[in-house]
Design a protein around this ligand. Structure first.
Ligand code: CA
Length: 224
């Protein structure tokens, strides 16, 4: 399921977008200001960001610039309020992938989102290799030296969440959300237990992990 971050300060528009995209089967989250949006886009694995330009505080251009200079390659679809050529050009120059001009139709927006997601899916390899470790996102399988490891679906989700972050730290809270869904309440110990089990299958020496690294007081990161 693709995860989309909607950045929109007008509650009515944000709600309409959220409702529509959820019905389309996307996992959707909303940020209402530029600062929050920029932070979350850099810290969390989203598959697409729908970014309004006119925002309180930091505007969409600034958010786009920050996200790109942090090296985050997530597709960004900008929402421009005015049909002004300069705005579109600036957005694209700052690293946005496409734009939609307000007012837009739900149909058009869905089509643009699909096209952008397809573009990145094509570009993202289904299998990622790290030494003799292979993570197969298509078959939901982890192999070491060509032998499939007996990882549970939860362990695979944890591993995938870490790998997709490209080496950045994922907090335990965030992992709980990503693996079990928002609005579920789990304890840090649940995560730690699953990570311990995952390491037993993945690592040469689970006590000195090479791949799934603990970040004290925060969470975990994947060292590829
Ligand atoms: Ca706005």
């Amino acid at each position: 399921m693709s995860r989309i971050l909607i950045v929109e300060d007008e509650p009515a528009i944000a709600l309409a977008l959220q409702t529509d995209l959820r019905l389309e089967g996307y996992e959707v989250e909303v940020a209402e200001d530029g600062e929050t949006a920029s932070q979350r886009a850099r810290d969390e694995p989203f598959d697409l960001i729908l970014l309004d330009i006119m925002l309180p505080g930091k505007d969409g251009f600034a958010v786009c610039r920050e996200v790109r200079s942090a090296g985050v390659k997530v597709p960004i679809l900008m929402l421009t309020a005015k049909a002004q050529e300069a705005e579109k050009v600036l957005g694209l120059e700052l690293g946005a992938d496409d734009y939609v001009t307000k007012p837009f139709s739900a149909l058009e927006l869905r089509a643009r989102i699909k096209a952008l997601l397809r573009r990145t899916e094509d570009a993202t390899p289904e299998v990622q290799r790290f030494g003799d470790l292979e993570i197969d996102f298509g078959r939901i399988e982890v192999r070491r030296a060509d032998v499939a490891l007996d990882v549970t679906p939860i362990e695979f989700k944890i591993l995938a969440a870490l790998v997709k972050r490209g080496g950045r730290v994922v907090s335990r809270n965030r992992l709980l959300d990503l693996v079990w869904g928002e609005n579920t309440y789990g304890s840090d110990r649940v995560i730690d237990n699953h990570v311990a089990n995952l390491r037993k299958k993945l690592e040469d020496d689970p006590k000195k992990p090479r791949y799934v690294i603990s970040v004290r007081g925060v969470g975990y990161r994947f060292d590829g």
